[in-house]
Design a binder for this molecule. Structure first.
Ligand code: SAH
Length: 399
C-alpha cells in the first residue's frame, strides 16, 4: 500500500535532512517550551497548556543533548533526564555541568538538573508533578511488555500537563536506500501513522489527555503521501490532578538511582544577586564619572582661567527628559557622590532590586555610603584619571 505511493519516486542517494532530523526534533521541543512562557499570556486566557513549563523531564535522554539545549531556557527551574543505559549518562553528564559564565552572569530563576538511571516503565515519585515530559525516539526501543506498561506509567502515574512523543513513521522507510527492517538495530518496532495514532488516541482517551499529531522531515517531491519521516504526538492533559492524588503517589518507593545533580547559581540566591547589583552599580558609576571628567576636561581646554565649571549640554533636552527630576551625581572636593535614586533609575538595577531599600541593603557592604545613606561615595584621587583634586573645592554637579 505504502510502496505503491513511493514506487514512482527515484531515490538516488540516501535522504539527508538539514538540519539533521535529530536537531529538528530537539528544536521542536525547544519551540514548544518557548511558546509557553508565562509572561506572554494574560491570566484570563490561561488553560492547562498555557501555564508555563517550569519542570521538564526527558525520558530516554541518551547523550543529554536535549537537556543541554533546554537548560538555556530561563523559564525552566527543574530538568530531569532518565535513561536505562547508565554508561551513556555518566559519559555525558559533563554537558550539564556549570561553567564560569553561569557564575559571572547567573540565571534569574534557579535551575536544578538531575539525571536518573532506570526504566521509563518504573513508577518513581521523582518524576511526579512535571509540566512537560518528552519521549523523543524512545517508544520504538521498548519491548512489547514495556510498551503495554508505558501509558499507565507516563499518563496515569507521572501524569504531567503535557507529553511529547516522537517515533519513526515506517511509511517513510522505503524512501531510504539500502533497506533494513528498521532504522536502528535496537528498534523493536516501527509504526505507520495509523498504528501510532490509534495507540496514542487510545492512551489519551483512557488517561484524560487530548492529542494532536504532526511530524518532521518532509518527503521528497512526488512522495508526499508517505507523510513526515518522524511522527509526533503532542498530548495535553484535559483533567487536572487533584492535590490528594499527587500526595498519595509520593509515598511510593523510589525505583530510579540518581546519577548526578547539578545546581545552577541564580539571582534568587542573595550572594549572586549582591554581586550582580554591585557590578552594575560600579559600571554605571564609572560611566557617570567618565562623563563628568570629560565635561571638566573640555571646559579646561577651552578656558585658560583656573576656575572650573561644568559645560552645559549643547541643546536643552531637559524639558523632555524624564530623568531630570532624579537627583544628579556631584563632586565635592575629591569625592564623587552618586545618589541611590539615580542608580535606581537604571532599568537593570531597578529590575534586579525592585525597590530602593533593597538596592541600599545589597550594596551596603560593597561601597561607601554618605552619612545620610542617600549616595554612593567614590574617592576620585585613587585613580589617576579620575583626579578632581584641582577643582579648588568647588561643588561640581551634572547639569
Ligand atoms: N532521546 C534521544 C535518543 C533516544 S535513543 C534523542 O533525542 O536523541 C533511545 C534511548 O532510550 C536510548 O538511550 C536507550 O538507552 C533509552 N531506553 C531504551 N529503553 C529504555 C527504557 N525502558 N527506559 C529508559 N530509557 C530507555
Amino acid at each position: 500500500m505504502v510502496d505503491s505511493h513511493v514506487r514512482g519516486v527515484q531515490v538516488k542517494e540516501n535522504i539527508k535532512f538539514t538540519p539533521s532530523l535529530s536537531e529538528q526534533r530537539h528544536k521542536f521541543v525547544l519551540d514548544f517550551v518557548r511558546k509557553h512562557k508565562p509572561q506572554k499570556i494574560p491570566c484570563s486566557l490561561k488553560t492547562s497548556l498555557s501555564s508555563f513549563l517550569r519542570k521538564v523531564a526527558d525520558l530516554g535522554c541518551a547523550n543529554c543533548k536535549l537537556l543541554w539545549r533546554l537548560k538555556y531556557h530561563e523559564s525552566i527551574e527543574v530538568l530531569a533526564g532518565l535513561d536505562i543505559d547508565e554508561n551513556i549518562l555518566t559519559r555525558n553528564i559533563y554537558r550539564l555541568h556549570t561553567g564560569a559564565g553561569d557564575y559571572l552572569d547567573p540565571r534569574e530563576r534557579p535551575l536544578t538538573i538531575t539525571l536518573y538511571h532506570g526504566s521509563v516503565v518504573e513508577k518513581d515519585p521523582c518524576l511526579l508533578g512535571f509540566d512537560l515530559i518528552t519521549c523523543i525516539e524512545l517508544i520504538e526501543h521498548l519491548e512489547a511488555k514495556e510498551l503495554s506498561q508505558f501509558p499507565e506509567v507516563i499518563f496515569g502515574f507521572f501524569s504531567p500537563t503535557t507529553v511529547i512523543i516522537s517515533t519513526p513513521n515506517s511509511e517513510f522507510n522505503p524512501l531510504f536506500s539500502g533497506k533494513t527492517l528498521f532504522r536502528h538495530p535496537d528498534h523493536k518496532f516501527e509504526w505507520d501513522r495509523t498504528q501510532f495514532q490509534s495507540w496514542a488516541l487510545d492512551a489519551a482517551r483512557h488517561y484524560g489527555y487530548s492529542v494532536e499529531f504532526t511530524g518532521l522531515g518532509e518527503p521528497p517531491p512526488g512522495a508526499e503521501a508517505v507523510g513526515f519521516c518522524t511522527q509526533i504526538g503532542v498530548f495535553v492533559k484535559t483533567i487536572p490532578n487533584t492535590v490528594k492524588s499527587l500526595h498519595d503517589e509520593k509515598t511510593i518507593e523510589c525505583a530510579h538511582t540518581t546519577v548526578g545533580t547539578v545546581i545552577y547559581p541564580s539571582l534568587k540566591e542573595e550572594k549572586y544577586l549582591r554581586k550582580a547589583v554591585s557590578n552594575e552599580v560600579f559600571s554605571q558609576i564609572l560611566k557617570m564619572k567618565r562623563v563628568l571628567l570629560e565635561s571638566l576636561k573640555m571646559k579646561n581646554d577651552n578656558d585658560n582661567s583656573d576656575e572650573l565649571e561644568f559645560v552645559k549640554p549643547k541643546c536643552d533636552e531637559s524639558k523632555n527628559d524624564p530623568t531630570e527630576e532624579i537627583p544628579k551625581p556631584f563632586c565635592i572636593e575629591n569625592v564623587f557622590y552618586v545618589p541611590l535614586e539615580r542608580l535606581f533609575s537604571f532599568p537593570k538595577i531597578k529590575h534586579l532590586c525592585g525597590d530602593l531599600e533593597t538596592l541600599k541593603m545589597l550594596i551596603a557592604n560593597e561601597v561607601m555610603l554618605s552619612s545620610d545613606g542617600s549616595s554612593v561615595m567614590i574617592n576620585t584621587v585613587d585613580e589617576e584619571d579620575c583626579d578632581l583634586s584641582d577643582n579648588d573645592g568647588d561643588d561640581l554637579r551634572f547639569v
